[in-house]
Write a protein that binds this ligand. Structure first.
Ligand code: 13P
Length: 249
């Protein structure tokens, strides 16, 4: 399966540097020596328009970091899926642990967002992952099961991507070992097959996220059932982001 290398810029970037970053990635991805991966960048809402302009005519896709589940209406500060589609987004991250933690997002809400994204022709990147305390208590796999059971969208048309992001590995410089990642991804794969059937479950990409850097990307991307990366900090550095793609290609 061709790997997806997705950059989650989080709450970073003003017009000047965000535009420059997107331009650099788009130019490289257009080049003949680009690795055989799919590229995606997910800037903050404020930069979607400007970044879309930079990516036009390049193979780099555009994603958002969140969406509301409603069509439109009285939801101050929220952004509807149709608005993202209108800005050429093909993907939207839902259920990132920073939203689950900082905004109290529940599995039920994440599921509604994933279904709304799909209804508008976008691919949700649904994030799951255990905390350090849950891992220490030997509950990591149970937590993943519960999150998947509660937040996977109902079977239907359209793509779905899962991102396994252990909370303790995000922005900490600590990466899960290849064995931990292999076990978690096998667990997710089994759950996807159970929910959507053998064929569909086998075709969905499962990304790893959490302190992915050029130095560890080779090992992580060579791990069974790892179909790409969701990259935070390193996606803000074009050379690092590029090298992660090369390691995956
Ligand atoms: P870091 O790569 O900065 O650890 O962030 C990972 C992440 O949360 C991507 O969504």
């Amino acid at each position: 399966m061709r790997k997806l290398i997705a950059g989650n810029w989080k709450m970073n970037g003003l017009r000047e540097d965000g535009t420059a970053l997107a331009k650099t990635i788009a130019e490289r991805a257009r080049g003949n020596d680009a690795p055989e991966v799919d590229w995606l960048v997910c800037p903050p809402f404020t930069l979607l328009h400007a970044v879309a302009d930079q990516l036009a005519g390049s193979p780099v896709r555009l994603g958002a970091q969140d969406c509301h589940y409603a069509e439109n209406g009285a939801h101050t500060g929220d952004v509807a899926p149709a608005m993202l589609r209108d800005l050429c987004c093909s993907h939207v991250i839902v259920g990132h642990s920073e939203r689950r933690q900082n905004h109290g997002e529940t599995n039920e809400l994440v599921q509604a967002k994933a279904e709304a994204a799909r209804a508008h022709g976008m691919t949700p990147i649904l994030c799951i992952g255990e905390t350090q305390a849950e891992r220490d208590a030997g509950r990591a796999m149970d937590v993943l099961t519960r999150q998947l059971e509660g937040s996977l969208p109902a079977a239907g048309d359209g793509e779905l991507v899962i991102a396994y992001e252990p909370v303790w590995a995000i922005g900490t410089g600590r990466t899960a070992t290849a064995d931990d990642v292999r076990a978690a991804h096998a667990h997710v794969r089994a759950q996807l097959k159970k929910t959507y059937g053998e064929m569909s479950g086998a075709q969905m990409r499962i990304l790893y996220g959490g302190s992915v850097k050029p130095a560890n990307a080779g090992d992580l991307m060579a791990t069974d059932d790892v179909n790409g990366a969701l990259v935070g900090g390193a996606s803000l550095k074009p050379d690092d982001f590029w090298r992660i793609g090369e390691a995956a290609g």
